[in-house]
Design a protein around this ligand. Structure first.
Ligand SMILES: *[C@@H]1O[C@H](CO)[C@@H](O)[C@H](O)[C@H]1NC(C)=O
Ligand SMILES: *[C@@H]1O[C@H](CO)[C@@H](O)[C@H](O)[C@H]1NC(C)=O
Length: 415
């Protein structure tokens, strides 16, 4: 893993201020000089984190990887949602202002990041990469289910403890937001603990499984991600009680109650993610690819917030006519096909004002799908386009990947 990547990820986790590029260079030099200097020079660590860093420099890499795992899983889980777990690219803090708001989304980000740290630290431990931790060998002998405990069970206890020490020590205040973060960190850690399974191996004559040895492993991180996403949906809005010491959920009759331990909690309503808003960090959904044939998540109706969508054609490269060669490899050809993509319109205009010149060019040609566009204009567009197309064909300069046809044109071609 590249040094700069590690530091980037640590910064990502804690929304540090943007560093200048010379500072980046400086940081990677510092890394080479040893843990003490290194830990003293990571911007934004709190004192206790610096101490943990000096005492356990080997674990720091896993913390960085854990933060990255959390971010990637978050983007995977929310890829078809209005909020897709990303803000302006190259912003050092990936989540930017979303994290500053005490919203449901921030709650998820804290939970999945802390789960990611548990997961990666535990994995590093099982691989024997950490000085202070070994496999969990507490389980020995025969289990009541008839198999032998063996091998190396994931030592989740160590991962849980370290993640709690390191991640939770960020929260130095005692205010409502700190309590919210701590609660969600806890939910994230517990989600990893909840999702462990048995991995087994059979021994005996030709795999007869006369003897079975098993050990505990964590589930794939995607399982944890899916679980936490459910928790996100069932998240509970809370407030602090009158003493200011505890988060409480206000019941329908106005009485306070403890929020459920395994639910994510948040203090503020989410902003509107349909439109860009620099104050809340919402990017809006203009230009997002949506699914026309589903009524559920990622549907054009929901994702485009009722603004309608444009249909563009893009060329896709994929593997085809694969053949198995004796022995033992598979050889494939590369094929191309043209697929329809639907992208959300901008709120301002019927014409998409994309950010890349390439996308803009292709979408400008695309057929509009909003109902309120005058039919006459569409016809005019088509005629113009056909003329243009003929020109292009003559020039022989038509490349599918950059040239997008409206549905109308394609249908004409079929005829
Ligand atoms: C998330 O949405 C933004 C804004 O619409 C977009 O620019 C970005 O590519 C999306 N990210 C992912 C991972 O889909
Ligand atoms: C769109 O949704 C349908 C139905 O859920 C699904 O079968 C299809 O694979 C989705 N298409 C894309 C491009 O994701």
């Amino acid at each position: 893993m590249r040094v700069s990547t590690v530091w980037f990820l640590i910064f990502v986790l804690f929304t540090f201020p943007v560093l200048s590029s010379s500072h980046w260079w400086f940081m990677s030099q510092v890394y080479a000089l040893g843990a003490k200097i290194m830990c003293n020079n990571i911007a934004g660590l709190v004192t206790y984190q610096r101490q943990l860093c000096r005492e356990n420099p080997d674990v720091m890499v896993s913390i960085g990887k854990g933060a990255k795992l959390g971010v990637e899983e978050c983007q995977q889980q929310f890829k078809d949602q209005r909020w897709n777990c990303s803000t302006v690219a190259r912003d050092v803090s990936v989540f930017g202002k979303v994290m500053r708001k005490a919203s449901r989304e921030s709650a998820f980000v804290y939970a999945i990041s802390s789960a990611g740290v548990v997961h990666e630290v535990t994995k590093a431990c099982s691989r024997g990469e950490l000085i202070g931790c070994t496999c969990d060998t507490k389980r020995k002998g025969r289990s009541h289910k008839g198999f032998e405990w063996g091998g190396c069970s994931d030592n989740i206890g160590y991962g849980l403890r370290f993640a709690k020490l390191f991640v939770d020590s960020r929260e130095q205040e005692r205010d409502a937001r700190a309590k919210m973060n701590l609660h969600n960190n806890f939910v994230g850690r517990r989600a990893v603990k909840k999702h462990t399974e048995l991995d087994c191996k059979c021994h005996g004559v030709s795999g007869s499984c006369q003897v079975k040895t098993c050990w505990k492993v964590m589930s794939q991180f995607g399982v944890v991600g899916a679980f936490l996403r459910e928790r996100y949906h069932s998240g509970v809005q809370v407030t602090v009680d009158q003493s200011g010491n505890e988060l409480v959920k206000i019941m329908a009759d106005g009485s306070p109650a403890h929020p459920p331990r395994d639910n994510l909690v948040f203090l503020e309503e989410s902003p509107d993610y349909c439109v860009p808003n620099t104050n809340t960090g919402s990017l809006g959904t203009t230009g997002r690819v949506c699914n026309k044939s589903t009524p559920g998540h990622g549907s054009c109706g929901i994702l485009c917030c009722g603004r309608g969508f444009d249909t563009i054609q893009v060329e896709e490269v994929y593997k085809c006519s694969c053949k198995f060669n004796w022995c033992c490899y598979v050889k494939c050809h590369t094929c191309r096909r043209t697929v329809d993509k639907h992208v959300c319109k901008s709120p301002d205009d019927n014409v998409y004002n994309g950010n890349g010149p390439h996308l803009t060019a292709s979408v400008a040609n695309a057929q509009s799908n909003s109902q309120n566009r005058p039919a006459k204009k569409l016809l005019g567009d088509k005629r113009n386009k056909r003329r243009k197309e003929r020109k292009n064909r003559k020039r022989g300069a038509s490349s599918l990947s950059t040239n997008s046809l409206s549905r109308g044109d394609r249908e004409n071609k079929k005829l």
